[in-house]
Design a protein around this ligand. Structure first.
Ligand SMILES: *Cc1c(COP(=O)(O)O)cnc(C)c1O
Length: 426
């Protein structure tokens, strides 16, 4: 980890060219890497030595970007995946197997809700959903002897629930399991969950990190703080021999790098959700300007939230930057510089007014995306969360008329003028 501030890390971390080498991170658009002797290559397959041999496991462009993100989060190691979904799947599956159980905050991204609640169940991993606002005593009741991880989002998509990270970390650690936090919406510019006790941090880099809506990607960062060996019986995948590598034990051989090494050499080898080197390069460009963009997203979102809050056609606004918001105090503690550019709100006319409003927008586009430079809107009940029952929608903090607005970095007056003319028609 470097000692630089986040703005500097976003530019400088991960890639350190030597004398006469390319100043800008090169795109290693190569599936494979060359060796002089069979023995050298063999050692790589045995994990006796580290080196590149096949891009499904590791690639220099992607690794440089993973190292940058790990440094930004204050972790010891990181890896990139082909999507945020793959990152969250790996983060959990790396320490869970059939018969295990995880606990997840219920206000969460729809894709993650399906992954943990439906798809992992088919692999024999069960998930209990808990209210992020529950007390420590209530959270403790969700634990079972086979619980292996607690999962939550720093700011949930789209309900915008701000997580009390310290509370979740305390309960997870009291039960001998790690806290995994999806930090997509806050980004490490606004919040670094490891500082507050999170053990593993994940990202959909598709969102603010890329910021231009040009690549789908994910990242996992390990804090290196969770002591797997102290809870060895819970995590046999890390603390007992891996037959697929002639019996190496990850914690013994790799120490603090055990978790990311296993996810790389075992999960990527067998499941292969890798980013293309070109996408990693594009992500890196996005990271360079992340602090500037996040600042503007937050500035614009605050203005929009205040505008909507004062508008008579708007029934309610969720944005932790508003002093009256339920999560204002938590946001001040965990994200003093701002939360994110996403706002959700409800029109007085409910679902029908929401549709009329969205169809009347000119600048803001209806897209299945959030967190890029362009202002966009989405109706979770009929788009991202369409598969959920009304009860699940409620648990995820979503009402039928809720609109999710991702405030871009255009001029604030243009954004507000567009919202104003659409509200007039709603
Ligand atoms: C978008 C998103 C994901 C999924 O990421 P993809 O890159 O679309 O696979 C996961 N978590 C959160 C919080 C997200 O916003």
């Amino acid at each position: 980890m470097s000692d630089y501030r986040i703005e500097t890390k976003c530019i400088q971390s991960g890639y350190h060219p030597g004398n006469g080498e390319a100043r800008v991170l090169p795109i290693y658009q190569s599936t494979t890497f060359k060796y002089e002797t069979a023995d050298e290559m063999g050692k790589l397959f045995d994990l006796e030595e580290s080196g590149y041999f096949y891009t499904r496991l590791q690639n220099p462009t992607s690794d440089a970007v993973a190292e940058k993100i790990a440094d930004m989060e204050g972790g010891v190691a990181g890896m990139l995946t082909s999507s945020g979904q793959a990152a969250n799947f790996y983060a959990v599956f790396n320490i869970c197997e059939a018969g295990d159980h995880v606990i997840c905050a219920s206000a969460i991204y729809g894709g993650t809700l399906n992954l943990l609640g439906v798809t992992l169940k088919k692999l024999g991993i069960l998930c209990s959903f808990v209210d992020a606002d529950a007390s420590e005593e209530e959270l403790a009741k969700a634990f079972r002897p086979n619980t292996r991880a607690v999962f939550a989002e720093t700011i949930s998509n789209p309900a915008l629930v701000v997580l009390d990270i310290e509370k979740f970390a305390r309960v997870a650690h009291a039960h001998g399991v790690p806290l995994i936090v999806d930090n997509t919406f806050a980004t490490p510019v606004n919040c670094r969950p490891i500082r507050w006790g999170a053990d593993i941090v994940t990202h959909s880099t598709t969102k603010y990190m890329d910021g231009h809506a040009v690549q789908v990607g994910g990242a996992i960062v390990d804090s290196g703080n969770f002591d797997w060996e102290a809870h060895a019986d819970k995590f046999p995948g890390l603390t007992t021999p891996d037959d697929s590598y002639h019996g190496i034990i990850y914690t013994e051989k790799f120490g603090k790098l055990a978790y990311i090494t296993k996810a790389t050499v075992q999960l990527q080898r067998d499941l292969g959700a890798v980013p293309s080197p070109m996408n990693s390069f594009l992500l890196n460009l996005g990271l360079e300007s992340l602090p500037l963009r996040v600042e503007r997203h937050c500035y614009n979102a605050q203005k929009v939230a205040e505008y909507l809050d004062a508008h008579d056609k708007v029934a309610s606004v969720n944005y932790a930057g508003l002093p009256g918001d339920k999560y204002h105090e938590l946001a001040k503690k965990y994200m003093p510089g701002g939360t994110c550019g996403v706002i959700s709100f409800e029109l007085r006319g409910g679902r029908e007014a929401a549709v009329r409003f969205m169809d009347s927008l000119r600048l803001a586009a209806i897209v299945t995306h959030v967190a890029d430079a362009r202002t966009s809107v989405l109706h979770p009940a009929s788009h991202t969360h369409r598969q959920l029952t009304d009860q699940q929608l409620e648990a995820a903090g979503i009402s039928p008329g809720m609109i999710r607005l991702s405030v871009g970095i255009e001029h604030i007056d243009d954004i507000i003028e567009d919202l104003g003319q659409a509200l007039a028609k709603a």
